[in-house]
Design a protein around this ligand. Structure first.
Ligand code: ARG
Length: 576
């Protein structure tokens, strides 16, 4: 059910009858204030301006042709040329009762697209840290939204499993006579890497040896491959535990790291040269792009093969875009990578378009995000200034949740407390991440994210438990309601309209890759329910029609809250 698209169809039709070209967007939005109705049409003003017409006159003309008799009880024109639409109670009632009969909360299936989502993508041989949380969590919420709508989503974890760090590690393990090869864990590797880097920076022989190992590895040397595979496997296994704890849908079979494209690279370089896009410059192979200028104002060069024959991050990204189009038949490719890599992606895409590897019809999207900052406004770090490991961050959130919940429920068993605090702690951290507009930096704040009021996971999880407790107290099964909803009080109407807008929010998240829209939706839903609950007593008399209708409204709210949180990868609980 999508009110906006119902209105769009009718308004588009009226606009055409009023002589407006068919591809003009009516720009329908939910009204910001109740006095402007439930929806407003903003698009008439710009059309009128473009055509040299008076906006209010054009709006009048459109309204003359607009047939909303069954849907709206009032249509108003507001200066300079907005159209405000007030929905009819009876129509809303019909819609919400229709929705009750449908599976999946009445969400219409879309015509499915093949959508590749590149997210999480940490570098190997290092533990995941706080910097990985945004790509992992936002990417996953969008992947789940798109699958829920019926798209064919191809999740790709483009891990950094290729490059100089492996040469250093292999050289280091060699130096230590491989004695650490058995029982290695990721934190060992991270220390080895740190030590290796120290030696690399000081010892020329070691550096040379490390570089040789990289080339050997890339050329398929068995010893190097073996050791490399071990290191990568250790990293993948450990990261998988974090994904599971985070309730993120990435699985080991979604891993398709940089190394997977190794065999494509020589062909790509040769092909780009053949096409005249790449040239040799100072021994390296470079693509010069006119649309990117360097500091001197000359076309910027993107190196795709180094002098020593080594390939680069960009070369791999060119190959991977080509692969995703050719093998996955991607129609849309979305990258969740921090905003600092924007230029890198733009350059890669410019090359793949020019080379004809990915046609213009395939949308390439960088869903960038800002940084997580500490209270002082600098990148979020530990007190001693170190990078925060993701697993430590999750532990701390769960610990804080445990304290809060045990204070609220002094009699709860340890076992229940443990389960509950894991769900609440992880939910809080994920929601804090998802509820911010991804474009901007945000300040990490433990107290804010664990509050039981405001736009937080605990608030919404708690609202859900309150609804369940209404049913528990009345001894009614939430899944066995059969009655229709009647909308009498204004609080009921407002709640019903919002319930009918779930699909609109999903569509917007799917389009822009902005889960904060879903968070705001759920927060508003929980708040509207709270108002309704306060003003409209639910359980008066179980056989009373009003009571049955209100129970149905409460049940639909609970289902929508649960479904919404579920899509964001946040669990609900029965009580808290
Ligand atoms: N491993 C990279 C990093 O940590 C992110 C990879 C993102 N995906 C891509 N196709 N480049 O910065």
């Amino acid at each position: 059910m999508n009110i906006k698209s119902v209105l769009s169809n009718r308004i588009n039709h009226a606009m055409i009858l009023a002589g407006i070209s068919a591809n003009c967007d009516p720009q329908i939005h939910r009204s910001s204030k109740m006095k402007f109705g439930n929806y407003q049409v903003n698009g008439i003003i710009s059309v009128a301006k473009k055509n040299g017409q008076i906006p209010s006159e054009l709006a009048k003309l459109v309204v003359n042709y607009l047939d909303l008799d069954d849907i709206a009880n009032k249509i108003e024109i507001a200066n300079p040329g907005f159209i405000n639409i007030f929905l009819k109670r009876t129509w809303l009632e019909q819609q919400i009762n229709k929705l009750l009969q449908l599976p999946c909360l009445g969400i219409d299936r879309v015509s499915p697209q093949n959508i590749v989502i590149d997210y999480s993508s940490p570098n190997m041989a290092k533990e995941m840290h706080v910097g990985h949380i945004r790509s992992t969590i936002i990417g996953d919420a969008v992947a789940c939204t798109l699958s829920f709508l019926g798209h064919n989503v191809i999740r790709v974890n483009h891990i950094g499993d290729w490059g100089t760090q492996f040469g250093m590690l292999i050289a280091y393990l060699d130096k230590k006579k491989n004695k650490y090869q058995e029982n290695m864990i990721l934190s060992n590797l991270e220390n080895f890497y740190r030590e290796a880097k120290n030696i690399y920076d000081k010892d020329l022989n070691f550096a040379k040896c490390a570089q040789e190992y990289v080339i050997k590895l890339q050329n398929g040397d068995e010893y190097c491959r073996d050791l490399w595979q071990k290191i990568v496997n250790i990293s993948i296994a450990q990261n998988q535990k974090i994904y599971e704890r985070l309730n993120v849908s990435l699985m080991p079979n979604h891993v398709m790291g940089e190394s997977s494209y190794n065999e494509m690279l020589p062909e790509i370089v040769a092909d780009l040269r053949k096409k005249g896009l790449a040239v040799i410059s100072e021994g390296a192979t470079v693509v010069f792009l006119d649309e990117f200028k360097n500091k001197q104002g000359n076309p910027m060069g993107v190196i795709i093969q180094k002098k020593d024959g080594g390939y680069l991050y960009s070369t791999t990204d060119i190959a991977c875009a080509k692969y995703r189009y050719e093998k996955f038949h991607a129609e849309r490719i979305i990258y969740y990578i921090d905003s600092r890599q924007h230029q890198h992606l733009q350059q890669v895409w410019s090359i793949v378009r020019k080379a004809g590897y990915v046609p213009e019809s395939v949308s390439l999207e960088h869903h960038a995000f800002g940084m997580i900052l500490g209270k002082d406004g600098t990148p979020f770090k530990t007190r001693s200034g170190n990078i925060i490991k993701l697993s430590d961050l999750l532990d701390e959130s769960v610990e804080r949740a445990l304290k809060l919940i045990s204070k609220k429920n002094p009699k709860m068993s340890q076992e229940k407390l443990k389960i509950l605090s894991e769900i609440v702690g992880i939910g809080a951290i994920k929601y804090a991440e998802l509820s911010k507009n991804r474009i901007s930096n945000y300040i990490f704040n433990w107290d804010q994210m664990l509050r039981f009021d405001g736009n937080t996971a605990p608030y919404i999880q708690y609202a859900y438990t309150r609804i369940l407790s209404v049913f528990r107290k009345a001894n009614i099964n939430i899944n066995h309601l059969i009655d229709d909803i009647t909308l009498t009080e204004e609080y009921e109407v407002r709640l019903a309209i919002h319930l009918l807008q779930f699909e609109e929010s999903l569509i917007q998240v799917a389009y822009d890759g902005t889960p904060h829209i879903m968070c705001s939706y759920l927060y508003e839903l929980a708040s509207l329910f709270s108002n309704f609950y306060e003003h409209c007593p639910i359980i008066l008399n179980k056989n009373n029609q009003t009571c049955k209708s209100r129970l149905q409204l409460a049940a639909l709210t609970a289902k929508t809250l649960k479904q919404g949180l579920n899509i964001l990868g946040i669990q609900t609980v029965q009580y808290m």
